[in-house]
Design a protein. Structure first.
Length: 161
């Protein structure tokens, strides 16, 4: 699961959540290199003819589009959410893809963890509500992971209260 509970004293719980990271930097280089080689392979048969110059811009555009999409996905992998729970306060910090940082704070006693089966942007939408504001937790997690996280979070909250 792309989240972990960090070891802390009994009076505190810390959760670290991140999106799936299936493609490493080395894998990115290999994938892009092999894709470029496979796209260029059919050009060997027409090398030296003017047709190469007609096809080359389209092949380069395809390689650039793949590179751009994988880079954007790589930037989105930089999202990290840190949740700190104590007896008195809950503090959520979301580090965004371009250095953005959002924080949310609430009283632990009034905190409500809700799993919206329907009605949210995705099925099993996990939110935290407190002090008049509702925030999403783990938007990038799968449905099953959000369900498991909700149960674990509720259990940790019960222990702290």
């Amino acid at each position: 699961m792309p989240y972990e509970w960090l070891s802390t004293p009994d009076t505190e719980a810390r959760l670290h959540v991140w999106p799936h990271r299936s493609l490493s930097q080395r894998g990115f280089v290999w994938f892009l290199g092999l894709t470029a080689a496979l796209i260029a392979l059919p050009l060997l048969g027409i090398l030296g003819s003017p047709v190469v110059w007609a096809l080359l811009p389209f092949l380069l555009a395809a390689i650039w589009a793949i590179w751009f999409a994988l880079r954007k996905n790589g930037r989105d992998r930089d999202i990290v959410e840190d949740l700190s729970l104590t007896r008195d306060r809950v503090h959520l910090v979301r580090h965004g893809p371009r250095g953005q940082r959002r924080e949310w704070d609430a009283n632990t006693y009034w905190l409500r963890v809700t799993l919206h089966k329907t009605g949210g942007p995705v099925p099993n939408y996990l939110t935290l509500k407190g002090e008049g504001r509702e925030v999403e937790l783990g938007a990038f997690l799968s449905e099953e992971e959000r369900i498991a996280l909700k149960d674990e979070l509720a259990e940790r909250l019960a222990r702290l209260r």
